[in-house]
Design a protein around this ligand. Structure first.
Ligand code: ADP
Length: 254
């Protein structure tokens, strides 16, 4: 009996220590995996514009007598790639900084905060031939992080333009019921398939890589939006618009 008890005790403590050491190391392994993925994705994203740039420059070298005018297409395409890389690297730097912890600073705002932002969107939408409208039903002051929420609104508004056709409608509704602020952005664009809905908040995820790249997207906007809304203690969700398009819904306790 003594030997059996000792052996079972030894076995239990062995399994417990294996389980505990795994559990203890899990966050370190997860953080390492996350960082590895991030670096892999970032390198992958930089590889395409760099390859295009290399091709374009090699072409220039092969035609040493050509004038700048002859090569204007080549030069302007190279510049576009350089611009894309600049945007990507500054996005990456922003994300890396935020990984150290997003600092949320709440301040009191009222309906006019949203109205001012939406006035700018009206102009931007007009330039892109979209019809923009907004409703703000917020009475009294609310507490939010002005700059972070503005960033999220801009990401959603930019996407609504990027992933829709000219002459379609984009709407933003801001509504406060009790302590709950609901922000909805609605577009009549291409929509997002159910299988992609869960993944669009992941870093570097793009539904249609070719189309998105053409539109200058890196798949970082929504992951940043989610990171911000999480840090503010809220929720962000995506749904279908009817009859077509996408709705993003943000809920924040204010
Ligand atoms: P990107 O910079 O590529 O736009 P996001 O993280 O903002 O990156 O979005 C991820 C992907 O989700 C996009 O590539 C696009 O395929 C899809 N998406 C985002 N917003 C919309 C929208 N309003 N309508 C349709 N698809 C969208």
């Amino acid at each position: 009996i003594i030997i059996t008890t000792m052996v079972s005790f030894w076995l239990i403590s062995l399994f417990a220590s294996i389980y505990l050491s795994n559990w203890y190391q899990r966050p370190i392994i997860d953080a390492y995996e996350k960082q590895k993925n991030f670096v892999e994705n970032a390198s992958h994203e930089l590889r395409t514009p760099l390859a295009i740039l290399q091709n374009r420059l090699e072409l220039l070298f092969q035609r040493p007598t050509a004038t700048i005018i002859d090569e204007s297409e080549n030069i302007s395409q190279s510049l576009t790639e350089v611009r894309n890389m600049r945007i990507l690297t500054s996005n990456l730097l922003n994300l890396a900084k935020r990984d150290g912890g997003l600092k949320v600073e709440f301040s009191e705002v009222d309906a006019s905060y949203f109205e001012k932002i939406f006035k700018n969107y009206e102009l931007l939408a007009e330039n892109s031939q979209r019809h923009f409208s907004s409703t703000v039903t917020v009475k009294g002051p609310i507490k939010i992080d002005e700059s972070l929420i503005r960033q999220v609104l801009t990401i959603l508004f930019d996407n609504a333009i990027k992933y829709s056709e000219p002459n379609s409608k984009i709407k933003i509704q801001v509504d406060k019921q009790g302590q709950m602020l609901t922000i909805k952005t609605l577009d009549e664009g291409f929509g997002i398939a159910d299988a992609d809905k869960r993944k669009i908040f992941d870093r570097f995820y793009r539904v249609d890589k070719a189309r998105t790249r053409q539109k200058g997207g890196f798949g970082l906007g929504l992951s940043l939006a989610k990171q911000i809304i999480d840090a503010c203690g809220g929720r962000i969700e995506v749904q279908d618009n009817q009859p077509q398009g996408t709705v993003f819904i943000i809920k924040l306790k204010v």
